[in-house]
Design a protein around this ligand. Structure first.
Ligand code: NAP
Length: 249
């Protein structure tokens, strides 16, 4: 057995640890987006494969027997490539996916299908917006330059921000509710834009928003072709060892 773990999330690091403890041969793949990625207890590779074809070639060249996709729920391209490449060579694929966040009493959420819709959902009058969406999809918000935008980025921005009135704080999750409450208060935030990523570390901002009664514009996950979805590291380990698929696509 040789597992390709497509990583970039907290859960990917947890799975890497479980694989190392179990003595399963694995290679952990990072896209290479952050300057100082989290160290892993299994061999690492970094950078794109060259699309679905490149990934398919890699699976054969490296003798990969299983692919586990533990990328971020919004990293749709690599997930699509993994589905396609695994199908070509019939390499079993499973995704470890966090449940989506669900609204609770006191939440003021507006669900939107994509980033463009999130821009539209912001008010026209000037607001102070916590744009908790990473660095890759900031540009569309330049269409509403009247707002002040607070960004939280893993690395300091290398290029000028594409927004006229923005502040960037540099921090890496997981985040805690108290810290996110302080962030929202200190920056006098009136609106939050977030991706429905799921997970507790990134969910702190939503609990903080609830406590402060702030509206949240929540971007839905991109749709993916059907694939086996597992919900926890132990489920993935069982699947690897027994081909056990408790939950279907
Ligand atoms: P993406 O749009 O799905 O992927 C774009 C390209 O980046 C892929 O086609 C692939 O290049 C390469 N790539 C992505 N993940 C890779 C991996 N784990 N190993 C090797 N190559 C990878 O993904 P993204 O949104 O740019 O996200 C990149 C990474 O950041 C992912 O690992 C993801 O888990 C992490 N991340 C993303 C978000 C987000 O909101 N999108 C948030 C937090 C963390 P080739 O086609 O050349 O193979």
């Amino acid at each position: 057995m040789r597992v390709l773990l497509l990583g970039g999330t907290t859960e990917a690091s947890l799975l890497a640890r479980a694989l190392a403890v179990a003595g399963v041969k694995a290679v952990f793949s990072y896209a290479g987006r952050t300057a100082a990625p989290v160290a892993q207890p299994v061999p690492l590779r970094t950078g794109g494969f060259g699309g679905a074809e490149g990934l398919a070639d890699y699976l054969v060249a490296e003798g990969i027997t299983h692919v586990v996709d533990v990328t971020h729920p919004f990293a749709a391209q690599i997930s699509r490539n993994a589905i396609a490449a695994s199908a070509v060579h019939k390499v079993p694929l499973a995704a470890l996916e966090r449940p989506q966040w669900q609204a609770e009493p006191g939440d003021d959420w507006c669900h939107v299908p994509d980033v463009q819709a999130a821009v539209q959902a912001l008010p026209d009058t000037p607001a102070r917006v916590f744009l908790a969406i990473g660095k890759q999809t900031l540009a569309p918000f330049a269409a509403k330059p009247q707002h002040h935008y607070l960004l939280r980025l893993v690395d300091p921005p290398e290029q000028p921000l594409p927004l006229p009135d923005a502040t960037a704080v540099v921090a890496r999750g997981p985040f805690a509710v108290e810290g996110d409450l302080a962030l929202l208060r200190d920056h006098r935030i009136s609106h939050i834009v977030a991706k429905n990523a799921g997970g507790s570390g990134a969910g702190a901002k939503l609990i903080a928003a609830r406590r402060l009664g702030l509206p949240v514009i929540l971007i839905d996950r991109p749709a993916l072709p059907p694939r086996l979805v597992l919900g926890s590291v132990p489920e993935v380990m069982r699947w690897l060892h027994h081909g056990d698929t408790e939950r279907g696509v």
